[in-house]
Design a protein around this ligand. Sequence first.
Ligand code: FAD
Length: 522
Amino acid sequence: MVKEIQIRVQLREEKFTGFLERKAAHHLDIDKSEITAIKVLRKSIDARKAKIIFNYKLAVYINEAIPEKPAYSFNYKDVSNAKEIHIIGFGPAGMYAALRCIELGFKPIVLERGKNVQDRRRDLRAINQFHLVDEDSNYCFGEGGAGTYSDGKLYTRSLKRGDVRRIFENLVYHGATDQILVDAHPHIGTNKLPTVVKNIRETILKYGGEIHFESRVTDFVIKNNKLTAIQLKNDTEMPVNAVILATGHSARDIYYLLHRKNISLKAKSFAMGVRVEHPQEIIDSIQYHCKGKRDELLPAASYSLVHQVQNRGVYSFCMCPGGFIVPAATANGEVVVNGMSPSKRNNLYANSGIVVEINAEKDLRKYEQFGVLKGLEFQKDLEKTAWIAGGKTQTAPAQRLTDFVEGKYSNTLNPTSYQPGLKSANLHSILPKQIGGRLRKGFDAFGKKMHGYYTKEANIIGVESRTSSPVNIPRNEQLEHPEIEGLFPCGEGGGYAGGIVSAAMDGERCAESASEIIGKIK
Ligand code: FAD
């Protein structure tokens, strides 16, 4: 017999071996010896009160053996000679679109502007050490997209739990820890993601798909409103049946290309701000009500904050406990910051984007001349200003949190995880008032919600500008662009995802739609 139960375990109880069996036996009113196995289905931490509790959902096997670890199987088949679907971009959306094409019996041909995960690493080093950004290979571009050297948090607001589970199981199938199937806040970590991405590549190649690295798509050939071919930067032209456009929110050249070709786009609301960095110990002490180091059984603490200021949300975004701040620019002449963390989340700092909603209708009046690309131009201006303030390298402008709120210049800054280094600057002179003013009030409110958060030991670093796409590429019910047959805007770049999991789910959806449509064509 298998019984599903929920139990609460105190932190001190976790330290004893066999605590789960003991608690489960007590809960079920049976003898411990009757329990043959226990499987953890879900685990979360409740740290709201001084006594920290772990909530467990368990499957308890009573006088019955636990089944072998499930081998997740996906219906991959040989597609070497099948109808082709072209996929531009090999981020989470492109990877999952390619895998789904194979399951559905179509041959994915992937074009990716960046390099494979190994070669990409060298270009990341060049950004961190020599401040040189390769426009095709950086923290956003290359195998696995922005999801590879990312934090690998797998949170999503999607309510389609079944679909989310499928995405997770596929990550486990490709080498991610099966702990992600259990944790309430699953996380892979930047040190583990490249192997998962490489394994996905190998599955695609094994079943007859193609992946072309260093193959930036530069043009579309459109005849009678149908996409008939794509052109690569080396001038190769590839005829196409259907194209899943999964180029992410940083591929500005793609937005410009579509705009130039009079393919309709829409301006979209997004968010921008800064990244704040605290010593992890401060966040731990606030969240776990402790002084000094947290208990070794507890993970580096995280937080989620939101506050409304003058009708706009100011909120934490992509919080990385025990992590690093990274230079996420995709071109020289701009500074963009983002965050990531290793699987153990054991770095000394906690960082998070703190961003302000930008309403595309109301907040971009100064940029109206750029029409649907107004948000993109606003984003570009801010990143350039940050680059100038940082000293025209990848060094980022920064200020102590308390100095920013009190309007003072920081004579010294706190130590940081940001490798290219920081330069003291007045961030209010970089950020437009609509962002800077709201951030000031937001930080003030956050300090009241989390006592100890508002501290001179924290730095804020500019600019966190790539939270989501400032542009939407429209699509109809079949997920095809309403004006261009054969073009399927997909993932974060299209405005249909905000993170790894939602991008992957959208990739699957686009593959299903594209294969259904081209499956009908003789
Ligand atoms: P992308 O991942 O952006 O992939 C697009 C791909 O298209 C890129 O590989 C790019 O090289 C390629 N491309 C672009 N233009 C062309 C072209 N013209 N021709 C050919 N190829 C092209 N999300 C989370 O959910 N959790 C996290 O913890 C997290 N941490 C992050 C940390 C960092 C440092 C960064 C940068 C992002 C993080 N994100 C995180 C966001 C997440 O990575 C993205 O939401 C996700 O990768 C979007 O997936 P996508 O496939 O739509 O686009």
